[in-house]
Design a protein around this ligand. Structure first.
Ligand SMILES: [Fe+2]
Ligand SMILES: [Fe+2]
Length: 267
């Protein structure tokens, strides 16, 4: 199967559509939580931002799917948009269920270049997922949060694994569809998208969660006694495991694992 071919397109779109799981937020096995846990969750300064971000991805990706002329690609993009919208709904359901206060922010205006926006959003998902898969595994082994709550979130986490696999193949497909002259431009723009997504995350961290995130990271560090190197190894292993159920012909996300493998050598 050569990347950029019809066969490639059918493979990564069909994989995505066929592995979609239909469910509603209230179907997830939400556990009963004690007051202490709820207060701890409510103290995170991220909820408004998280609900807003998921909803904006839903809106932008829905608009981008409408622009796509290929019916199969359009169906897969619209499905990913639907899943992002469902993430926003799941978050809202979770916050209401445990009486955690949050505010919905007004929607952003639609950006002009929706394809570029999907590239940067996709790059961001690849960065977030890489670390989230590792963090989640650690949270299961520490007693910071009830395992039942982490388990309830499991379908969403696995959904992110499907998203980054789809995005990686979509990026490669888009690149190979271009003329030989434009392919390096697309490859360069992909790197810019990753750099932009990385920069935004660093800004967000310093802006809203710097303290919360570092405190959390330190706690994880303390309770799990993992070194930075061990943590990267765990992330690499978890990324591999989460993507292993899917067709081996699909191209796996490479950039972040490669960068982290290089960083590991310096630790
Ligand atoms: Fe999401
Ligand atoms: Fe996603």
């Amino acid at each position: 199967m050569s990347p950029g071919s019809e066969e490639h397109k059918n493979l990564f779109c069909r994989f995505f559509i066929d592995t979609h799981k239909p469910f509603q937020p209230e179907d997830l096995p939400w556990p009963e939580l004690d007051g202490k846990t709820v207060r701890k969750l409510a103290a995170f300064p991220i909820w408004n931002h998280a609900v807003h971000t998921e909803k904006q991805v839903f809106i932008k990706l829905t608009a981008y799917a409408r622009e796509e002329t290929d019916p199969l690609l359009r169906e897969a993009l619209a499905l990913q948009a639907y899943e992002e919208g469902r993430h926003a709904d799941i978050l809202k359901y979770f916050l209401k269920r445990y009486n955690i206060p949050f505010n919905e922010m007004p929607d952003d205006p639609l950006p002009g270049n929706l394809e570029w926006r999907f590239m940067t959003t996709g790059a961001g998902e690849c960065i977030d997922s890489f670390f989230a898969f590792g963090f989640l595994q650690i949270s299961k082994s520490t007693s910071d949060y009830p395992v039942q709550l982490i388990e309830a979130m499991e379908p969403i986490v696995q959904e992110e694994a499907r998203h980054i696999l789809f995005i990686q193949n979509w990026l490669l497909y888009q690149r190979r569809r271009r003329s030989l002259f434009l392919q390096p431009v697309h490859a360069f723009m992909t790197l810019v998208a990753f750099a932009e997504a990385g920069r935004r995350r660093l800004m967000d961290l310093t802006k809203l969660g710097g303290t919360a995130f570092t405190i959390q990271a330190r706690k994880v560090e303390k309770s799990s006694s993992l070194s930075a190197k061990d943590f990267i190894d765990l992330c690499l292993q978890e990324n591999k495991r989460r993507l292993s159920p899917y067709d081996p012909r699909l191209v796996r996300p490479k950039l972040i694992p490669r960068i982290m493998n290089m960083a590991r050598a310096f630790l």
